[in-house]
Design a protein around this ligand. Sequence first.
Ligand code: HEC
Length: 163
Amino acid sequence: MKLRYALCLSGLLCMQAIAAEPANIPQFSRVQSDYLLACGGCHGESGVSNSRLVPDLRNQVGYFLNTPQGRRYLVQLPNVVTSALDDAALAGVLNFMVWDIGGAGVPARASRYTAPEVSMLRREPLNTVSLKDYRRQLVESLIAEHGAPPAMRYYSTAAEAMR
Ligand code: HEC
């Protein structure tokens, strides 16, 4: 470290020394940074944060795509609808969330979110229902009919729910 700064005193050598520095800094794609900035603060880098307060996304959120209502729910949530991301970027983040974080529950026939779909659903936010009741209804049908894990009821990671 010290050596590198010493080299920096002599112009060109400095640039070479820095260029030779191994890339330890994580590199994020556009969609990953969008997710991290817009959602990751609450949901965690890999879709898990405080599982009692914020639903796990990792290995769970994909199940919602088994029903049309569940698919819409993922976009119509207050924190999603009001995101600062534009429709195309939000569609990208939702696809990242479902396919890269969501896990095995995504049905094979599911299609990716598009900007026009997101744009339409954003005009119908879930602000006139009790989110808790609405989610309970969705999750019960996913558990009963689509093999979703019962732990989804409690927002929790499976391990936490077993306690
Ligand atoms: C301020 C914190 C916060 C931010 C930012 C946030 N969320 Fe959430 N999210 C929550 C909370 C809390 C819930 C539980 C429902 C509720 O109260 O809205 C939730 C629920 C969800 C759910 C429902 C999962 C389930 O199992 O029911 C999804 C999907 C989701 N958020 C995706 C996102 C995406 C995508 C973004 C970014 C565009 C985002 N959230 C941004 C806090 C946040």
